[in-house]
Design a protein around this ligand. Structure first.
Ligand SMILES: Cc1ncc(COP(=O)(O)O)c(C=O)c1O
Length: 339
């Protein structure tokens, strides 16, 4: 991974959540600071900062990418804004050029939540190499996994010294290991963020096979797309846009026309032993989000949350199984796949 992320400082963590918490510590988040985050994301994207007192400022998504709507971000910036969390939904890149320019203009930090983004690229650079800080998740639900685990990427050199201490329980253990001090001691706040060795061994094996795992997922995504495009052309579903397919390695989702249709299709698939899932409950409509956050945008987040359906995509699935799943979807719509 050193090759992938050039001269960034890399830290294997017990989770991407842990990595985000380290970032919140490094940014010295204080009560009342604000953090800009999409509403359509996993709770950790916001919680890591909120747990240190930040106010989450939620932004609607672009319905074509399901990523934060970069055109709404500037309206949400105040003098208290500390960082923008750019979460790459399904590993599809946010508009990092635009978001980076906004960060520079307003002197705020860019955090890439690339939890779903291992192996995906933006402008020929891997996701995770654009932000001041980034995280990748190696949870079992991700394309490359260590059962549980994460990677923290620190690209901003200003934080490299301190991150070592925060990562090592708030001690200067690294300086001790480098023979710069005679013993290590408590020098900062921190916690036990490291990935354990069993998880690291699993990750090592996965990384050795990463190219073939990612290729298999790309092929399956293309196969899903080819099989389902007729339903998109006839207005029954919406698919991920064709130009995003080359990076489609994390999941394969479809968007239905209504909540009722999503639910009846999901239950129909489940009765036929196909587990299709949905997420996220919009953070700005969640119990805590409503209490402490603000929201900028329209109804895209809510609409997508009610109509998205994630079809099975993992290393053990075959093209024949994708044929079976997509045939069920055709049966549901009382339609036939065109050859
Ligand atoms: C967008 C996003 N951020 C953060 C996380 C947290 O990752 P982890 O489970 O490794 O803590 C997830 C997990 O699914 C996620 O989807």
């Amino acid at each position: 991974m050193k090759d992938t992320f050039n001269d960034a400082a890399l830290f294997l963590t017990h989770s991407a959540t842990g990595g985000l918490e380290i970032i919140a510590t490094l940014l010295d988040i204080q009560p009342g600071d604000e953090i800009i985050v999409p509403s359509f994301t996993f709770v950790s994207s916001a919680n890591a900062f909120v747990s240190r007192g930040a106010i989450p400022v939620f932004i609607d998504i672009n319905p074509d990418t399901l990523n934060i709507d970069e055109n709404l971000i500037e309206k949400a910036i105040t003098t208290k804004t500390k960082a923008i969390v750019a979460m790459h939904y399904a590993g599809h890149p946010c508009d990092l050029v635009k978001i980076n320019a906004i960060c520079k203009k307003h002197n705020i930090y860019l955090v890439e939540d690339a939890a779903m983004g291992f192996g995906a690229m933006y402008n020929n650079l891997p996701l995770g190499s654009w932000g001041d800080f980034s995280v990748i998740s190696f949870d079992i639900t991700k394309q490359i996994n260590s059962i549980q685990g994460g990677l923290l990427i620190v690209n901003n050199k200003k934080f490299v010294q301190r991150v070592n201490n925060v990562y090592h329980l708030g001690t200067n253990r690294i300086e001790f290991q480098q023979n710069n001090v005679q013993y290590y001691e408590w020098v900062d706040i921190g916690s036990k963020y490291q990935m354990n060795e069993l998880n690291a061994a699993i990750l090592f094996e996965q990384l050795q096979n990463a190219a073939s795992i990612l290729l298999h997922r790309k092929k399956l995504s293309q196969h899903y797309y080819n099989r389902l495009v007729h339903l998109e052309n006839t207005g029954k579903i919406k698919l991920v846009s064709k130009k995003l397919l080359s990076n489609n390695i994390h999941e394969f989702y479809i968007i239905l026309n209504s909540f009722e249709e999503r639910e009846t299709l999901r239950i129909f698939l489940s009765k036929n032993k196909v587990e299709a899932l949905f997420h996220y409950i919009p953070l700005h409509l969640s119990f805590l989000g409503k209490k402490i956050g603000r929201y900028f945008g329209g109804k895209h987040t809510e609409q997508i949350s009610r109509t998205i359906l994630r079809l099975p995509l993992h290393s053990d699935i075959t093209e024949d199984q994708v044929d079976y799943i997509t045939s069920l979807i055709y049966t549901y719509f009382n339609d036939k796949i065109s050859s």
